[in-house]
Structure formats: structure tokens, C-alpha cells
Design a protein around this ligand. Structure first.
Ligand code: SF4
Length: 374
């Protein structure tokens, strides 16, 4: 048991119970068998926790009462607690703030668009990538989130809006998901497993700043999960400045490994491009972008920058955004401009961390029924 807890990184000095929230099926089996219990009990627990969204052992009715008590004495489900919710006044966007066991805070953003309900989740507390336009980068890197903390964002938002209401999940919140590779992959497994949270893999998207070795590794997993690349520049000079990892992984190499992903999965890469006034928003940039993407099955998502108070970048005007889009469309690239979803709560890829002290509408959320299922 100790090994398992250590592997998940979920030990709690106050608790000697194993944290079941975040265990993959294989890990659940390992723990159950380590308790001297038959393997099918792991299937049952896994289904209760993830598929049926039950977090109290006493509601797991196909376990005998004695077994429920036994498991409750040795295990629990912890993933942080919902501390606050901020609702946009201009659209349906809602931002959730979670407080983790160690007091760190992360955010998720819920967006509704054309019948889709998309939850944007975080994968790290802070981020080491230091993208210059990103509010999360200003936090620096604090730590990886555990698998349980990642998955818990989905379960707790469902508590608010209804089980299975979320139709899509994007890993575009705080952090670079591929830099927290093991926990992100375990979360993907739980989110997409038919007896887990059961969201179709193709409705889940991982967004990366372009870590080539991690994308190559991700390609080898042969998952049906979508991939988004936060590109944001068309020359290495500019990208070196905006995204420091570009100094190691140049645009050509990043696009090569993304092209390989597109071929392996037969899916189109989503290219995220944050438009920054007078930095990467010229017609020449648009032409270079269409040239770069000529051999990469892709679609482009343009994101006019959400200005950060006191920040060095500005948002381009609407005419510039339209001209940029037109140029790409002329080159037959499917291009969308991201609606300014939740602008007033600063929700956008890499720009999630608004000042939650100034949140528009706040609620004190009840603690997740995480704790100590009994
Ligand atoms: S944009 Fe994404 S990868 Fe870059 S610093 Fe922000 S959170 Fe990290």
C-alpha cells in the first residue's frame, strides 16, 4: 500500500489511507490484490468511483457492509475541494477555483458553445514553460498535479452541472500537460475508459507548447485523444522569445512530430495561435503560417490576446484579426476565431489565471464529498 500511495504522490501526513481517486484500473487491481481481496472487487470500486460517480463507500451497494467498512478504514478519495466559482456576466463561461490538499490553487473553466459543454482543466500548479504572454507562467512552476487532482476537476464540476453533462475536455488550463506526462496519461485513461468516466477519447484534447520528445512519446501511445499545438509564431526568432522551449525545439521539428501524430491518428492537429499586436499578427505572418501548415493536416484557432493588466502585449484590433483569418482561409486552412469566452474572467488558453479575488460572482462551494467515504 505504501508503494502505491508513493507512486501516486498523494500521501497526506494526516492520513494513512490510500487515495483511490486517481488510481488507474491496473493500480486499483494492484491495491485490491495487495489487500488480499479478489480482483473483481477492483472492477467494482473502479466503476463506483468513476463510472457511477459515487464517493461514499456506504453507497457502494454491491459490496458487503463488512467490506465497505474494511475499505473505508484503509482508503479514501481526495482530489482537492471546490473553493470558489466565478460566473461571467457576458456569457455562460464559469471559472472554478480548486484548493488542493497542500493549499495550492488551480482553476478550471467551463464553456458552452453550440451545444457543446467543454471543461478546460489544469494539469500543473503553475508552469515551467514561461511563455511570455501567459498569466500562469508568472506563477513559476510549483508542482505537478496528481492524477486524482486532474480527474477531480471533472467530477466536481459535474457535481455542479449534472453527471455526464460535460461533452468535451481540453487540457488547456494551468500547466503543460505533457510535462506531467505520467499523471496526464493516467487521467486520460480514467476519463476515456468505458467503465471509467466514459468520455470518448476523441472528445478530449491535450494542448502542448511543443515539447518534441514528449509529443513523440505521446504518438507512440496511439491514443485517439486530440492534440493542439500552441504555436503562436511563424519564425523561430519570434517563437524563441515568446516560448522559451522553442530555443530547444524549433518550429520545423515541432511541426514534424505533430505531422507524424496527424498521420498516425488520421486526425487534424489544432493549431492555437494567440494574436499579439505588432508581434505575430501581420499579413506576412499569416502567409508564413499557411506555408508552414501546408503539409500538416490541421485547423487553426486564432485567439486574439486577452490583455493582462500591466502586461507587455496588446490585443490586435478586429480588422487585423479578420485580415489574418482571411489570409489563412484563402490558403484553404480551416480557421476559427475563438469567441472571447469569459473575457471578463480572463479565460483563454494559458491565460486562465485571472485575479480571482476580483471574481464577479462568488460562491463558497461545499467541500467535495471527497473525504473519507464511509
Ligand atoms: S501557455 Fe501553457 S505551456 Fe506556456 S506557460 Fe502558460 S500554461 Fe505553461
Amino acid at each position: 500500500m505504501t508503494t502505491l500511495v508513493g507512486q501516486m504522490g498523494t500521501t497526506d501526513s494526516e492520513s494513512h489511507r490510500v487515495n483511490l481517486l486517481g488510481l488507474t484500473k491496473a493500480q486499483m487491481i494492484e491495491w485490491i490484490e495487495g489487500q488480499g481481496l479478489p480482483r473483481y472487487r477492483a472492477d467494482q470500486l473502479y466503476q463506483w468511483i468513476y463510472h457511477r460517480r459515487v464517493r461514499r463507500f456506504d453507497e457502494m451497494t454491491n459490496l458487503s457492509k463488512a467490506l465497505r467498512l474494511e475499505v473505508a478504514a484503509r482508503a479514501e478519495g481526495r482530489g482537492g475541494k471546490l473553493a470558489q466559482r466565478s460566473a461571467s456576466q457576458v456569457d455562460d463561461t464559469v471559472k472554478y477555483l480548486f484548493e488542493l490538499d497542500d493549499g495550492e490553487r488551480v482553476e478550471s473553466v467551463l464553456m458552452r458553445d453550440q451545444g457543446r459543454i467543454t471543461l478546460c482543466v489544469s494539469s500543473q500548479v503553475g508552469c515551467a514553460q514561461d511563455c511570455q504572454f501567459c498569466a500562469t507562467a508568472q506563477l513559476g512552476m510549483k508542482r505537478n498535479m496528481t492524477t486524482g487532482e486532474i480527474v477531480s476537476q471533472v467530477l466536481q464540476v459535474e457535481d455542479e452541472i449534472g453527471a455526464r453533462a460535460i461533452t468535451n475536455i481540453v487540457f488547456m488550463g494551468m500547466g503543460e500537460p505533457l510535462a506531467n506526462y505520467k499523471n496526464t496519461l493516467a487521467a486520460l485513461e480514467i476519463l476515456s475508459a468505458a467503465d471509467g468516466i466514459a468520455l470518448a477519447a476523441r472528445r478530449i484534447t491535450i494542448s502542448t507548447s511543443g515539447l518534441v520528445p514528449a509529443i513523440a512519446r505521446f504518438n507512440r501511445e496511439k491514443l485517439k485523444v486530440g492534440l493542439a499545438l500552441s504555436l503562436n509564431a511563424t519564425t523561430d526568432d519570434v517563437r524563441d522569445r515568446l516560448i522559451p522551449s522553442n530555443q530547444r525545439y524549433k518550429i520545423a521539428g515541432v511541426l514534424d512530430v505533430c505531422r507524424e501524430w496527424a498521420h498516425l491518428t488520421r486526425r487534424r492537429l489544432t493549431v492555437e495561435y494567440v494574436l499579439l499586436r505588432d508581434v505575430n499578427d501581420s499579413r506576412n505572418d499569416a502567409r508564413r503560417l499557411s506555408e508552414l501548415l501546408r503539409a500538416v493536416p490541421s485547423k487553426v484557432n486564432l485567439i486574439p490576446f486577452n490583455e493582462i493588466p500591466g502586461g507587455q502585449f496588446r490585443r490586435p484590433d478586429d480588422r487585423t484579426v479578420r485580415a489574418f483569418q482571411d489570409e489563412l482561409t484563402r490558403a484553404h486552412l480551416v480557421t476559427t476565431v475563438r469567441n472571447t469566452k469569459g473575457d471578463d474572467i480572463a479565460a483563454a488558453c494559458g491565460q486562465l489565471r485571472a485575479d480571482y479575488e476580483n471574481a464577479l460572482i462568488q460562491i463558497d462551494a461545499p467541500a467535495m464529498a471527497s473525504a473519507n467515504p464511509s
